[in-house]
Ligand binder design. Structure first.
Ligand code: NAD
Length: 398
């Protein structure tokens, strides 16, 4: 029987999260690292038919003119997020992958992201023309690497928010808009989703951008008997929120205010420094508290770009809550982590679980992946332990 070969197509293929995911995948294949940080390696998932790391092949779309080796070296040398010796051992594989990466699309990404792009990235295509081109790249990838399936993962820069009221609810109504560049409200993240899903491939949105969230794109996924998930990987401060908020709720200690300040200095931080792009991220980080508590405490989320910090993000959270006798009390925490190193194993886990969902013929929204996301589409449950139970229950269904 032919060996299973599954493609991972990273949108934003030379960014911090993508590069760290690629280095991690190469290192796993070569047995250079252990499995710390990888959820799919937990004991309760070991009886599943999860595809071996060796059977994944990676490529993607990018808009910047940089080399993958340089991107990895920057994470190692400038950011000290990855061991430089590990990057050196992965160098030839990184060079090979770099040659497969194709130019992305800039449709409705906003001026801050467009300013990052190389001159040769197409700017005049209609959404349909862009999708056709992206699809040809996926078709070529499948043919040249002899793949059974591709999982497209969006790890590109956060786009400005979209007026979702302007998006038709059915695929039949949305499809003709793809021919009309001015009228089509969809940003690049949604065009990548359509490109993947129309071909029957899977799509995962690790960013807060719109991606596959519209009902019409979910309908497309179900029509093509394929699957999707998102939005916005839950890697640090918001993960803490989804763990701590249920504790306050269960001890009947009303939270009066929750303030979170985030500072970091990587390229993601630079893009989020544009208030239009930042709004998308702040909404995603702020949404869950009201939904967990059932009431809305006063909240404040700030995200500041501090260049010298590079990939190292510090989040300081101040939680003001009420105890017995109405006595006010405070919890504060400081989370300090390498953003890309926190995110990369989750990207790899998402790919593995998505491939298992393909084997199980799952179609539509992969709601069982909610624990991986800040704003899980199709799920109102934000408590981390309950979300994780959803994953374990799904896994146990066999
Ligand atoms: P990054 O800026 O390092 O990488 C983004 C990459 O996407 C860049 O290489 C950029 O050139 C590329 N890009 C931008 N627009 C594109 C397009 N239309 N098509 C193709 N490529 C495009 O950012 P990052 O730190 O790698 O984060 C990636 C995304 O993941 C961001 O949206 C971020 O908000 C999200 N995210 C990150 C974390 C985390 O790092 N812990 C957690 C949750 C979500």
């Amino acid at each position: 029987m032919a060996k299973t070969r599954i493609g991972i197509w990273l949108v934003g293929a030379k960014g911090g999260v993508a590069t760290t995911s690629i280095v991690g995948l190469i290192a796993l294949k070569k047995g250079l690292i252990d499995t710390a940080g990888l959820v799919s390696q937990l004991p309760q998932f070991q009886n599943l038919a999860l595809t071996d790391w060796k059977n994944f092949v990676v490529s993607g779309h990018e808009i910047r003119d940089v080399s993958l080796v340089e991107a990895a070296e920057r994470l190692a040398d400038d950011n000290r997020a990855i061991d430089p010796k590990l990057v050196a051992k992965c160098r030839s594989e990184l060079q090979k992958i770099d040659q497969r990466i194709r130019p992305g699309t800039l449709h409705k990404v906003g001026k801050t992201i467009a300013a990052l792009a190389a001159k040769d990235i197409p700017r005049e295509e209609s959404p349909r023309q862009a999708i056709d081109r992206l699809q040809q790249d996926l078709v070529d990838f499948v043919e040249s690497e002899k793949l059974q399936h591709v999982i497209v993962v969006n790890v590109a820069s956060t786009e400005p928010a979209v007026d979702t009221a302007a998006i038709p609810e059915s695929w039949d109504a949305l499809k003709p808009l793809l021919e009309k560049p001015r009228k089509c409200p969809l940003p690049a993240s949604s065009l990548y989703a359509i490109a993947a899903l129309e071909l029957g491939h899977s799509y995962v949105n690790f960013t807060p951008s719109l991606g596959s969230a519209p009902a019409a794109i979910d309908e497309l996924a179900r029509l093509r008997a394929t699957r999707h998930a998102g939005c916005d990987g839950k890697t640090g401060e918001t993960l803490m929120k989804s763990v701590l908020a249920p504790m306050f709720a269960r001890r009947n200690m009303p939270v009066m205010s929750w303030v979170g300040h985030n500072i970091f200095g990587n390229l993601d931080g630079k893009v989020l420094d544009d208030p239009i792009n930042k709004r998308t991220k702040v909404a995603s980080k702020d949404r869950l508290l009201g939904e967990i508590f059932g009431y809305q405490p006063q909240t404040h989320v700030s995200i500041e770009y501090i260049e010298s910090l590079g990939d190292w993000k510090t989040a300081w959270d101040h939680i003001h809550f009420s105890g017995f006798l109405g006595t006010p009390m405070t919890l504060q925490f400081i989370w300090h982590g390498s953003d890309s190193v926190l995110a990369a194993p989750l990207v790899l886990d998402l790919v593995r679980f998505t491939d298992l969902a393909r084997q199980r013929a799952w179609t539509g929204r992969m709601t069982f992946l909610a624990s991986f996301f800040k704003s899980p589409i199709g799920v109102d449950e934000h408590r981390f332990d309950r979300q994780f139970q959803m994953l374990e229950d799904w896994a146990a269904q066999g």
